[in-house]
Design a protein around this ligand. Structure first.
Ligand code: ATP
Ligand code: MG
Ligand code: MG
Ligand code: MG
Length: 565
């Protein structure tokens, strides 16, 4: 590539609206341009970085046996209504109406679409497990888009979805994806941590996030200085003492055999007027006697409840939308737990610590009391989660916690039957029975990875790309070439030689003053620079400079290829 064929759009001034260094440098180095809030154009140099990042992700997904597909980014509302998320997802979902007045959304994620595909195409257990992925544009109408592509509205995600006959198979693929993610971030050359995570609105059971460590990170993560324990600060104090993997599987505990009670008995038990008790919710598709919701005791700031992650609520619950509970109970509800917004949960947290929840039973006028989740789990820590500090004991009992800031670049979940159940995605088992598939999902914010890489790799002069995703690996700069035919000829020869050797090289034929050209390449962050001038030609050498270390050298023309390769 020649700079004469390349749009180089570097800026001297730091744009005033860019708060963090990656956003500033992506604009200044001419990698991206803003179109509107949270919407960016990738310029040629930036796109090369994005494509290289994408290629590493694709290679590793393929290596792990996942198959690439490409789904539409516009999705019909019907599927989201089937899963219940049309109501639950909230304003982050960009809803669109077509000319026939049909509802659609621009996909923020693709669980519904993939589950719809798989329920049609996969019929037999023999076709399982299967792991399908895509690398595709997502739209989330973020309440506060910021930091450029770090929290954009339109961004590139790799999202994978796996389907299984049983939990053991899911765990297997989950572990493979965990390793694949580790390989991806190692290959890119990022300093990252995998941490235990909350399962949020996507729902499910086990979950890990992959964080790139950077002071600008929006999340705080806590890890033990003596063991593998690592978690979101939110989770750090509420998880049971166990290794991350063990903890993830332990949270799948079943509900104790509960007793049934009428509203009156419930009211007596709760010492609450009957009208404040949870009326029974009959949830279609859910088995009788399964838990549909928990009852609140006392007044709570719902936002506070939502913000907390209670370790006792870790059972596979049945669904009822918050709206439905509100309608039936006439009370507000919070939503917590592994199935996120799908589980209306109203808990008196003081009471929760002594367990024995009360909840609807999915049977007319019946309630369950004495429902306990994860009875065997140890008492949770009661400290204010926002006050976790470095030096606090690690919840796994090994060492003390260190706190770091992280950028969430990847997230893996065990979804279980959350979507397959609602969309009735079944296969025939070996014995000819119909069985709901179990699912996992696995995301990487490909465009966010690019921004995160800059947060971790820059200096006062600009970006210092890890070689794996640099827009070019080598830039060749002929100095004062317009005055010297010799320099022009030799530069052209060296350029061709490097190209033939397969080096990812760019020649700067703009004829800028050397200082100006060097400043550009420092800003853009190409790892290796070759400078060719009259003086070097006289001595038979080409000057070399390493962007990251600043180290220089002189290579003879004969040894150049060996040195560069
Ligand atoms: P966040 O907590 O940062 O809002 P998320 O948990 O909502 O992210 P997931 O649903 O887990 O995101 O999506 C998978 C990945 O997509 C995330 O790990 C992240 O890397 C990326 N991602 C999510 N939202 C954005 C965004 N607004 N801009 C860029 N990347 C994003
Ligand atoms: Mg989000
Ligand atoms: Mg998150
Ligand atoms: Mg996430």
């Amino acid at each position: 590539m020649r700079t004469s064929n390349l749009l180089i759009a570097t800026l001297k001034e730091t744009p005033a609206d860019a708060e963090i260094v990656s956003h500033q440098l992506m604009l200044r180095a001419g990698l991206i341009r803003r179109l509107a809030s949270g919407l960016y154009t990738w310029l040629p140099l930036g796109l090369r970085v994005l494509r290289k990042t994408e290629a590493i992700v694709r290679e590793e997904m393929n290596r792990a046996g996942a198959q690439e597909v490409l789904m539409p980014s516009v999705q019909p509302a019907e599927l989201w209504q089937e899963s219940g998320r049309w109501e639950q997802y909230g304003p982050e979902l960009l809803r669109i109406i077509d000319r026939h007045q049909r509802d659609f959304c621009y996909g923020p994620t693709h669980e519904e679409v993939i589950t719809d595909l798989v329920r049609q195409e996969i019929r037999s257990y023999k076709q399982l497990p299967i792991n399908l992925y895509q690398i595709q544009t997502k739209f989330r109408d973020e309440i506060r888009p910021r930091f450029g592509l770090m929290r954009a509205r339109e961004f590139l995600m790799k999202d994978a979805y796996s389907f299984h006959l049983d939990q053991a198979s899911l765990q297997d693929t989950y572990d493979t994806m965990y390793q694949t993610y580790s390989r991806i971030f190692e290959r890119i050359g990022l300093n990252y941590r995998a941490v235990l995570a909350d399962t949020g609105s996507i729902g499910g059971n086990a979950s890990h996030e992959f964080h790139v460590l950077a002071s600008s990170g929006e999340d705080a993560i806590a890890f033990s200085n003596q063991s593998d324990y690592a978690a979101n600060v939110e989770l750090a104090q509420t998880l049971p003492p166990a290794s991350p993997r063990a903890a993830a599987s332990e949270t799948m505990q079943s509900v104790d055999t509960p007793q049934k009670h009428t509203i009156d008995e419930l009211s007596e038990f709760l010492k609450l007027p009957a009208e404040r008790c949870l009326k029974t919710l009959l949830v279609e598709g859910a088995e009788k006697n399964t838990v549909v919701a928990l009852v609140v005791r006392g007044d709570h700031d719902l936002n506070e409840i939502k913000a907390e992650k209670h370790p006792l609520v870790a059972a596979p619950l049945t669904f009822a939308t918050p709206e439905k509970v509100r309608e039936v109970c006439g009370a507000n509800i919070g939503s917590i737990g592994p199935r996120g917004l799908d589980i209306p949960v109203i808990v008196d947290f003081a009471a929760a610590h002594v367990a024995d929840f009360v909840c609807g039973a999915n049977e007319d006028e019946k309630h369950l009391i004495g429902v306990n989740w994860g009875r065997d789990l140890p008492e949770p820590e009661t400290a204010d989660l926002r006050n976790v500090q470095a030096g606090d004991p690690s919840p796994d009992g090994n060492g003390t916690l260190e706190i770091a800031r992280g950028i969430e670049v990847g997230h893996i979940f065990q979804l279980g039957e959350k979507y397959s159940n609602k969309l009735n995605a079944v296969v025939l088992t070996e014995t000819g029975q119909s069985q709901v598939m179990t699912m996992g999902c696995y995301g990487i914010g490909v465009s966010r990875v690019v921004a995160a890489a800059i947060e971790q790799n820059h200096d006062e002069r600009g970006i210092v790309w890890p070689q794996s995703i640099a827009p070019f690996e080598v830039v060749l700069i002929p100095v004062n070439a317009h005055k010297s035919q010799r320099v022009r000829d030799k530069a052209e020869q060296v350029y061709q030689q490097l190209l033939e050797a397969g080096v990812d090289v760019l020649i700067d034929d703009r004829g800028l003053r050397p200082g100006v050209a060097f400043a550009d390449w420092d800003l853009i962050g190409v790892p290796h620079r070759l400078i060719l001038g009259e003086r070097g030609l006289d001595n038979g050498v080409i000057e070399y400079k390493h962007r990251a270390s600043g180290d220089g050298a002189e290579f003879s023309f004969d040894s150049l290829l060996d040195e560069i390769k």
